[in-house]
Ligand binder design. Structure first.
Ligand SMILES: [Zn+2]
Length: 181
């Protein structure tokens, strides 16, 4: 069995130095598992309403069952809090019914969460966060800020960043290129 550190394999070097994502799932299945979840999140991103930045999120339970899927709907709903992660967290909690704590859940999102969503992830005690593209302007899981891993953080999930980052970023680039046309 390979003991190669998984974090080395999944942290992209493009875009400058990143803080190490020390926490991780159990290697060596991590990457494969994360990529499968990211494929679901990407499908959800592609289902984003026209006019909204394409970001997709899925939340799965301990057994891998999908608890929630959501796309960014800020424009569609005219709601600045209608990010994919927030909508998915609300859905997942509704499915579980008896707890707002998502400690056994994995939240997979195509773009590095913003500060608002990082706050919601902490509030919901999400166990694991997997994200795709890095967000250089607002990313709050290491790119610009890193509140969930700061000393004094109330909750620190397992974090895997940069999973299928190019694919996730391409979707965003296509969207913004189309806007400029
Ligand atoms: Zn957000």
């Amino acid at each position: 069995m390979s003991t190669e550190p998984v974090e080395q394999a999944i942290i992209p070097v493009a875009g400058g130095p990143r803080p190490p994502h020390r926490r991780r799932l159990n290697p060596p299945d991590d990457r494969l598992k994360a990529e499968k979840l990211m494929a679901l999140a990407l499908a959800q991103a592609r289902a984003t309403p026209a006019g909204d930045v394409p970001v997709g999120c899925v939340i799965t339970g301990r057994d891998g069952a999908v608890l929630a899927r959501a796309s960014n709907r800020r424009e569609a709903d005219n709601d600045p809090t209608a990010h994919a992660e927030i909508l998915a967290i609300r859905q997942a909690v509704g499915v579980l019914g008896d707890s707002w704590r998502l400690v056994d859940a994995t939240l997979t999102v195509t773009l590095e969460p913003c500060p608002m969503c990082a706050g919601a992830i902490a509030a919901a005690r999400v166990g694991t966060v997997i994200f795709g593209a890095w967000e250089d302007k607002t990313g709050a899981l290491g790119s610009v800020t890193d509140p969930l891993r700061e000393a004094g953080a109330t909750h620190t999930p397992e974090i895997l960043g940069g999973i299928n980052a190019d694919q996730c970023a391409d979707l965003l680039k296509e969207f913004f290129a189309a806007l400029r046309r």
